[in-house]
Design a protein around this ligand. Structure first.
Ligand SMILES: [Zn+2]
Length: 384
């Protein structure tokens, strides 16, 4: 394992950040696997999952069993880690401009086709050759950039490491949740095994959720190139996904070690680690959820300042009309006596809820993954 620490000058004078990259590189890797955690810096379960995965990869490396290069960034957002204020750690939004750290990642297809650039006369019927041409163009475009802010420097480092990966896994968590996945629909059912190994309660698909999420960058490049150059041959779409590992407080060795073990087994079953198959069950212990469009996820929101009391537990399979929670009134004539019942507007699994119980107007109290699309304007499908 090679450890690299990259300094990132901060936007404020007299301080700097540090990005740690851990790399496992066998002599003849068949692929490159990129994993990161805590892009939302307040989401720590993924950091401990990757800690345990690093242990397993180190053992496999010693035994000569790695078939792929693994690049692991367990704390990919040192800027967000620095966001300590008034006795709390934040880390979801960049304090300088309010940007959600998992939004507005660049469109690499647009980046390499600026100023009318066109690669058609370099593309052939060889998918690997064409992939190389496009990756070289991304590399050249990155080399032309001169990031100035700490955030743009960090993003440049991250993209420079991930752009030529064959698999990109971005580990997050939610407030208080069961494991779930966001992935582009074109990767299913091929990568249903990822959902199965993760024992995902919901597998939600969108090619473009509207927010420029990190995981959508990588398949997005190849989907757009395939549309732009329909006569050229392309390799199978690279796998990228946002893996949501439970809720913010789900940081403990037993839970995170098990999730790391399942991730390791997924990678081994995919052939990136050899000699581990004897340890593996033929199928994962609990099948993950089948894919459902992100448009079929219901966000149940509070309509006033209130105290939330849940009636249903996470994991409940609910029907339209079921009471998910009650909202206790905190002001006006019915303060502390009146309440509103928050009911499911769809059939599905209740997989995600608020960690804090004090809610405000529009605050998301519950997420239900159904199967019937609920929104017709699919231009922005994320909750913030
Ligand atoms: Zn997140």
């Amino acid at each position: 394992m090679i450890r690299k620490t990259l300094p990132i000058p901060a936007d404020s004078a007299g301080t700097s950040h540090e990005l740690t990259i851990l790399r496992f590189k066998p002599d003849q890797p068949q692929a490159k696997i990129y994993l990161q955690a805590a892009l939302h810096a307040d989401e720590q379960p993924g950091m401990l999952v990757l800690h345990h995965l690093i242990e397993r990869l180190s053992e496999a490396e010693k035994d000569g069993r790695l078939q792929a290069e693994f690049v692991v960034l367990p704390m990919v957002n040192p800027l967000g880690m620095a966001h300590l204020a008034f006795g709390k750690h934040r880390g979801r939004y960049h304090p300088l401009n309010g940007l959600n750290y998992n939004r507005d990642w660049p469109d690499l297809d647009a980046m390499i086709h600026q100023n009318g650039a066109d690669f058609s006369d370099q593309l052939t019927d060889d998918p690997i050759h064409n992939q190389t041409i496009i990756r070289q163009a991304v590399k050249a475009a990155l080399a032309d950039q001169t990031p100035k802010t700490a955030l743009s420097r960090l993003r440049h480092m991250v993209i420079s490491e991930a752009y030529d990966a064959d698999m990109v896994l971005d580990l997050h968590c939610s407030d208080d949740a069961l494991n779930h996945i966001y992935i582009v629909p074109q990767l299913l059912p091929e990568y249903q095994d990822l959902s199965d190994w993760m024992q995902s309660a919901a597998t939600m698909t969108a090619e473009d959720s509207g927010g420029g999420s990190f995981d959508e960058v990588w398949p997005g490049l190849w989907l757009k190139c395939a549309r732009r150059y329909p006569d050229a041959a392309w390799p199978d779409l690279i796998c990228a996904a946002t893996l949501e590992y439970r809720g913010e407080d789900a940081v403990d060795h037993a839970t995170n070690r098990k999730d790391a073990e399942h991730l390791f087994q997924f990678l081994a079953a995919r052939g990136y680690i050899s000699g581990a198959s004897a340890e593996l069950p033929a199928v994962p212990p609990t099948p993950g959820a089948k894919p459902t469009p992100l448009t079929a996820v219901e966000y149940l929101r509070a309509d006033r300042p209130c105290l939330v009391v849940y009636h249903k537990p996470l994991g409940a399979h609910v029907k339209t009309g079921d009471v998910i929670a009650e909202l206790l009134s905190l002001e006006g004539d019915d303060a502390f006596t009146g309440k509103t019942l928050l009911r499911a507007g769809t059939d599905g699994i209740f997989f995600d809820r608020s960690l804090i119980k004090l809610a405000w107007p529009d605050h998301i109290v519950a997420k239900i993954a159904g199967t019937t699309p609920l929104v017709h304007d699919d231009s922005y499908l994320l909750s913030d």
